[in-house]
Design a protein. Structure first.
Length: 134
């Protein structure tokens, strides 16, 4: 899959994700942890950015957190679901957002380094399904 490759390691519990947009980023995560995060994207509460009101103090707190997505925003007329997963290596949180808007279903992955990767959500699920526990 363009920009994303995944391998189940010998222990059959750890997944190696390689994200590549010109500079490769290697992540290790428990397969069950990633499966759970993807399930939360499917079942999660849909967030409409237009109805998501925060006071300035709350917004500032979110923007200062390491998992805040700075480089992307939800397109007009869209909604999204979000989930986090804990990485083994590098230590930190992997933030997943499923962006839903007319004609698009996109998975946004934000790594602890702050890099943001975008993929077709159904394509990622199809690619990862054989590697994840059911």
């Amino acid at each position: 899959m363009d920009g994303l490759s995944a391998n189940l390691l010998e222990d059959e519990e750890t997944l190696e994700l390689i994200l590549d947009d010109g500079s490769e980023e290697r992540l290790l995560i428990e397969a069950l942890e990633l499966a759970g995060a993807l399930a939360r994207l499917e079942e999660g509460e849909v967030i409409d950015p237009d109805e998501f009101g925060l006071d300035s103090e709350e917004l500032e707190e979110i923007e200062e957190s390491p998992s805040w997505t700075r480089r992307t925003r939800t397109p007009e007329g869209g909604t999204y679901t979000a989930a986090e997963a804990t990485l083994i290596e590098p230590e930190g949180i992997l933030v997943l957002r499923r962006l839903l808007y007319p004609g698009e279903d996109t998975l946004e992955i934000t790594t602890p380094s702050g890099a943001v990767y975008l993929f077709d959500y159904p394509e990622v699920l199809e690619y990862l399904r054989p590697l994840l526990p059911r």
